[in-house]
Design a protein around this ligand. Structure first.
Ligand code: HAM
Length: 417
């Protein structure tokens, strides 16, 4: 038998109804904050990600699904959505005019990481991007939006971690300081020995325990912020306090992508083990220019939907059964059942029948298994009298209803619950 590829998984019912519920809530919240949906290609030119995420990041050096297409062009399955959002916005002229432009996009991303709990090679993100304005108030609105989604889907305990990564000038000064700190440190992993030269900031994102130990005493970016970046960060923190949002300042938070400037954040949730970041994001004021576009500051986040679903309550988004199951015996009754189902669905009721030619008992047990609220029994006798038997499955209570009144009767009963 052919099996799914390692790190890729099937999402199946009833789990898929939990996903639908999360996405339904998410879309409602995005609407409340004025965001509109983008649906973007899953595959882009490799260069787009290499230039935006950063040549020294783990994502670009080790984790991308990159291959040549039939023409020999390098293409990559998207490892994240921000680069694609910016590409699409610039290409389609969506950023024209003053003011903030707000977009969201949902869908699968691909990273060739070692699969483990909460880490997949195809995973799903809920992605939010607000473009055009470099204001701390917008950073705060984006964070409030993120927390709003997480609260409405009933994520219990969570922690908001915050840092400022400064502007390119702060980062240049910090990199020099960090470079000096790292210069004679022994025992850095091979990757970090290289990064120490090429991009010392990436050393801070190293997962190796030994590198982490060395970094405990490394300088932190906060001490290198210019007055503008420091004021921006102070304003973000001040506003979060004003809105009663609990956060933890995390001076070593650098994020795994190179494009961030100023505000950077993550939300973690207990119960996820080592991969405890449910969402991550921040401001990226230089990304549009890196991609050859105009000055277009931005801020956003991505929620890891797979991880989020792992820690949400099991009863989120009940996988409900049909409103009505029609059990039919014999061909004329099956035809009548099809007609009744058509009428019920036109009224907005969910209905099902058994298309096999099985006994009444077998059909009733299927209705039970599906969790139908009502079952209509149709056989030769019912066809002859024009009266169907309607059974309320929860109580077993049964009642005769004429065919002409059946759809209206069921509609009322279902609505009444
Ligand atoms: P990221 O931190 O790389 O940021 O990913 C965001 C979230 O996606 C993570 O916090 C995690 O929940 C989830 N995630 C990442 N990799 C995996 C994986 N292999 N398996 C399961 N879940 C995973 C970004 O992608 C940025 N584009 C976010 C952003 C948007 N920044 C600004 N705008």
């Amino acid at each position: 038998m052919i099996r799914a590829i390692r790190g890729m998984r099937d999402l199946l019912p009833p789990e898929t109804s939990r996903w639908q519920r999360v996405e339904e809530v998410t879309r409602q919240v995005f609407h409340l904050y004025g965001y509109r949906e983008l649906r973007l290609p899953l595959i882009e030119r490799t260069e787009l990600f290499a230039r935006s995420i950063g040549a020294d990041t783990d994502i670009v050096t080790k984790e991308m699904y990159t291959f040549t297409d039939r023409r020999g062009d390098y293409v990559t399955l998207r490892p994240e959505a921000t680069a694609s959002v910016l590409r699409a916005v610039l290409e389609n002229g969506l950023a024209k005019g003053a003011g903030v432009k707000k977009f969201y996009t949902l869908g699968p991303m691909f990273r060739y990481e070692r699969p483990q709990k909460g880490r997949y090679r195809q995973f799903h993100q809920i992605n939010c991007e607000a473009l055009g304005v470099d204001a701390p108030e917008l950073d705060v609105e984006v964070i409030l939006l993120l927390l709003d989604i997480l609260r409405r889907v009933k994520l219990g305990e969570m922690r908001l971690l915050l840092n400022s990564l400064g502007c390119p000038e702060c980062q240049a000064r910090f990199k020099a300081g960090l470079g000096l700190f790292l210069i004679n440190k022994e025992g850095l992993c091979e990757d970090c020995q290289r990064r120490r030269e090429t991009n010392p900031l990436r050393v801070l994102d190293c997962k190796s325990l030994h590198c982490r130990e060395i970094l405990q005493h490394a300088p932190v970016l906060r001490d290198y912020l210019c007055p503008d970046c420091a004021a921006h960060f102070a304003r973000v923190l001040g506003l979060l306090q004003r809105f009663g949002v609990a956060y933890v300042e995390e001076p070593r938070l650098v994020r795994g992508l190179d494009y961030y400037t100023r505000t950077a954040f993550e939300v973690t949730a207990p119960g996820l083990g080592a991969q405890d970041a449910v969402a991550g994001g921040g401001r990226y004021n230089r990304l549009a220019q890196e991609l050859g576009g105009p000055d277009l500051p931005g801020v956003g986040f991505a929620i890891g939907e797979d991880r989020l679903l792992e820690v949400l309550p099991a009863d989120l988004g009940q996988d409900t059964g049909p409103d009505v199951f029609v059990a039919a015996l014999g061909e004329p009754a099956r035809e009548r059942a099809l007609a009744l189902l058509k009428e019920l669905r036109e009224k907005g009721l969910a209905g099902e029948m058994d298309f096999g030619q099985r006994s009444l008992k077998a059909q009733l047990s299927l209705a039970d298994r599906l969790g139908a609220a009502f079952t209509v029994l149709l056989g030769d006798r019912e066809l002859a009298t024009g009266l169907a038997q309607v059974r309320r499955m929860a109580t077993g209570e049964q009642q005769q209803v004429s065919f002409t009144a059946l759809a209206a009767f069921l509609g009322e009963q279902v609505k009444a619950g």
